[in-house]
Design a binder for this molecule. Sequence first.
Ligand code: ASP
Ligand code: MG
Length: 425
Amino acid sequence: MGLVVQKYGGSSVADAEGIKRVAKRIVEAKKNGHQVVVVVSAMGDTTDELIDLAEQVSPMPAGREFDMLLTAGERISMALLAMAIKNLGHEAQSFTGSQAGVITDSVHNKARIIDVTPGRIRESLEQGNIAIVAGFQGVSQDKKDITTLGRGGSDTTAVALAAALDAEVCEIYTDVDGVFTADPRVVKKAKKIDWISFEDMLELAASGSKVLLHRCVEYARRYNIPIHVRSSFSGLQGTWVSSEPIEQGDKKVEQAIISGVAHDTSEAKITVVGVPDKPGEAAAIFRTISDAEINIDMIVQNVSAASTGLTDISFTLPKAEGRKAIDALEKNKHGIGFDSLRYDDQIGKISLVGAGMKTNPGVTADFFTALSDAGVNIELISTSEIRISVVTRADDVNEAVRAVHTAFGLDSDSDEAVVYGGTGR
Ligand code: ASP
Ligand code: MG
């Protein structure tokens, strides 16, 4: 029996009862003969509460202190979990990210892991302990300051540790039974996916699916670590995310044509109105945006009106970056040369994802037909080899997701999507 890394999200350890329930599960894995490393998130909404608290004492807290504060959330849960396990008669030791050897760059609030040196974890396992590691945190290589990996970063900690320890599997325990064909909070008839490839999972995560973070899946693909997403509230098999289809009984799970429908209402749209239709204009606009360190998503350029020689360029970006982008463009208005800017944050994005699209030419037409039958107007379109995305009014998003889900035959016969927890992680 090999080594397993198990990660428990905030909703799984929301209170003392939750911690005791999770401790029993961990002890089960140990009793089955595994070496067990556990990565744990902060209890319930602790991270949000700490952020509120920081904002009350300072409108713009320094990154170093902010990270120091937020990592306290995970320290609380790791220590309590180790105590609960000891209470069940098993040995456990807790470690901060830094103690576990999670080494990052020094970008506070969204640090990247650059190395994992889990010597102390190995030692602890060899002594027969269950090792509990605080998720979402590390220590910067150059300054030796405590860093955090960005919201939801515990998943990345788990995969990174699994890679460094050469684990058999990284189990991500959450408050739903796995990855679904759509967000079960929106589509009651969403179906649990048994297996999904890293590629399709990456597209779903990039398109707004929140069950796994993009960075975590990217990491797992790079080191080829199979992820098993499952609920800590039920004993059911969850979803396997890996490079090769899993075996079920004596048959392989087939690659689905369509893996699922994702949606995202966290973006806004900026339209640059009255741009001269000549070389260098798009370059000037997007240089301005990239100099402001803003990531954009979709871009659309309209045909220019023959009489004026002017065109409009629209693009989408995270709402949180909207102000910064508008300010940067206004500042360069003269250099770029445009009439005005329009800002719209009442948009939503719906994406259909599946590797089977490559070889099934009808998929795009069926997608647009489903949207039109539902009376949903399309504002922007973008595609990749295995994804089609459209932007619509935000109010239309839930309806559109359900319509597309039904049109592609993804609805399950029963209501199998159970949401056990509260806040979604
Ligand atoms: N506690 C952190 C958060 O809420 C990290 C995590 O849950 O993965 O974002
Ligand atoms: Mg959390």
